[in-house]
Structures are given as structure tokens and as C-alpha cells.
Design a protein. Structure first.
Length: 256
């Protein structure tokens, strides 16, 4: 068991400050519940079903990547009201780290993807005009594209979408979790950086031809699958820092 304020003091120090980089999603404590946390649940995206699963596990707090999105203006919609009512009725705290969990240099989804593939992160990456929540990394020595694709399929639990237009040996890789596929204006940066493979979660219709034309391979492993990785890593850090606090990842799989 740990005091909620003690847990949040550690998390806010460890995760850092998002500043004005993420005005739409929470990075910290969004809904305050019980003052003591006897069990912490973690998950990817706030939803009524995830809240119910956390309560079934007798959690006092839930830490997610995608917290509650506030409705526009002052009109609270049906989904928002139902979710907040459930949290209040069950005295369940909701903690969310969005940008900070994408971009974190230790437990961030993007860094974790690279490291789990054997790639050393070297510098942050973001589409032009956007905050850098991804990372560029390099293999110590070139690795066969076929092997990297197989490793990605194992890491994400599915093959996903693969456009294999790049070299057959991969050296430089971009990982940017979630919805990170670039628009046309962002492709030149990848060319200049010498990227061989781009890994993200989601794909848009026009992406295939962009990558064909610049000769770079592309893998989309699923938004959920690329963003459960950092949550799991952060849960391990919390469990190590607070040995008396059980931490359980609540899996609500989504293939997209």
C-alpha cells in the first residue's frame, strides 16, 4: 500500500513535465479517488469496460496512456458523464500519461520498441511541426529486414501492415508509437536521416505509395499493440520503487 500523493510525487518526477506539448490529453492525476492505493491497475486506454475490469481486480487507482478526453465547451457528453460517474462511484483514481509516455527516454513506447528489437536509440523524432514523441535508433550492425519483420510480429503479437520497399539490410530505424505515420511533408526528413525502416501503430491509405517512392520500409503493428509496451515498462518501474504495491496490467486487446 502507498499513499496516492506519494505515488504521484514519484510519477510526476520520473515522467517529467509535458509543458504545452499535449493540451488535449492528461499527463498526471486526472481524477482523484482513495487517498491510499493498495493495488494499482494499468492499461492502455480509458474506457468504461477498463474501469470495470480494474474494479473487478480491486484496484484503487488505474494508470493509462489515453486518459479522459474532455468534451468541447461546457457540454459534457454521454460517454464522458458515464465514465466520470463510474470513477466517482467506485472512488477509483485515474492517472494518465500521454505525450510523456510516448516520448520518455526510458519507459516510453517508442524507445521500448527500439530496445526490444535490439536497436540503440540515438535521437528523438517527430513529424515536422509536431512535438517529438518518437525516436530514431540504429542497429550496431545491419540486420536482415526479414528478421526485423519477424521480430516486430512477435513484439506486437501480429504481422500488422508491412510495406517492404527499403533495403534488405536494416541499419537505421524510426519508432513512433500509435498514430505516427507521416504526411507527405514529413517524408523528406526520413530521407535526410537515412532511415531504412519506419515503425508505428496505425496506417493511412496514402502511406504505401509515399514509402514506395522514397524506398523506405514501413510497419504498422497496431495502435494498441505499440502502446501497451511503455505501460508495461512503467508498471515494472513502479513495482520496483514500491515493492508493497501490487501492479497489474489489465489487457483489453484491440488489433488496430
Amino acid at each position: 500500500m502507498v499513499a496516492l500523493d506519494e505515488l504521484m510525487a514519484f510519477l510526476n518526477d520520473f515522467m517529467g513535465d509535458a509543458g504545452d506539448k499535449d493540451p488535449h490529453m492528461p499527463n498526471g492525476l486526472q481524477v482523484r479517488g482513495r487517498s491510499e492505493v493498495r493495488r494499482l491497475a494499468t492499461g492502455v486506454s480509458a474506457s468504461l469496460r477498463l474501469f470495470e475490469m480494474a474494479v473487478e481486480r480491486e484496484a484503487d487507482a488505474l494508470l493509462v496512456h489515453h486518459g479522459l478526453s474532455l468534451p468541447a465547451g461546457m457540454l459534457f457528453d454521454t460517454i464522458f458523464i458515464q465514465r466520470v460517474r463510474y470513477l466517482f462511484e467506485h472512488d477509483l483514481s485515474l492517472i494518465g500519461y500521454h505525450f510523456l509516455l510516448d516520448s520518455h527516454p526510458q519507459v516510453g513506447h517508442s524507445v521500448q520498441i527500439l530496445r526490444r528489437l535490439g536497436v540503440e536509440p540515438i535521437e528523438p523524432y517527430g513529424p515536422p511541426g509536431e512535438p517529438a514523441w518518437g525516436w530514431i535508433g540504429e542497429f550496431a550492425a545491419p540486420v536482415a529486414l526479414e528478421k526485423v519483420c519477424a521480430d516486430c510480429a512477435r513484439l506486437f503479437g501480429q504481422k500488422g501492415v508491412q510495406y517492404l520497399f527499403g533495403p534488405q539490410e536494416v541499419r537505421r530505424v524510426v519508432a513512433i508509437s500509435g498514430k505516427g505515420a507521416p504526411y507527405p511533408a514529413g517524408m523528406e526528413l526520413l530521407v535526410r536521416k537515412g532511415v531504412d525502416l519506419f515503425i508505428t501503430g496505425e496506417v493511412s491509405e496514402w502511406v504505401r505509395e509515399l514509402f514506395r517512392e522514397v524506398g523506405i520500409s514501413f510497419i504498422a503493428g497496431g495502435h494498441y499493440n505499440t502502446e501497451r509496451i511503455g505501460i508495461l515498462a512503467l508498471g515494472e518501474v513502479i513495482a520496483e520503487r514500491f515493492p508493497s504495491l501490487p501492479v497489474e496490467f489489465v489487457d483489453l486487446p484491440n488489433p488496430v
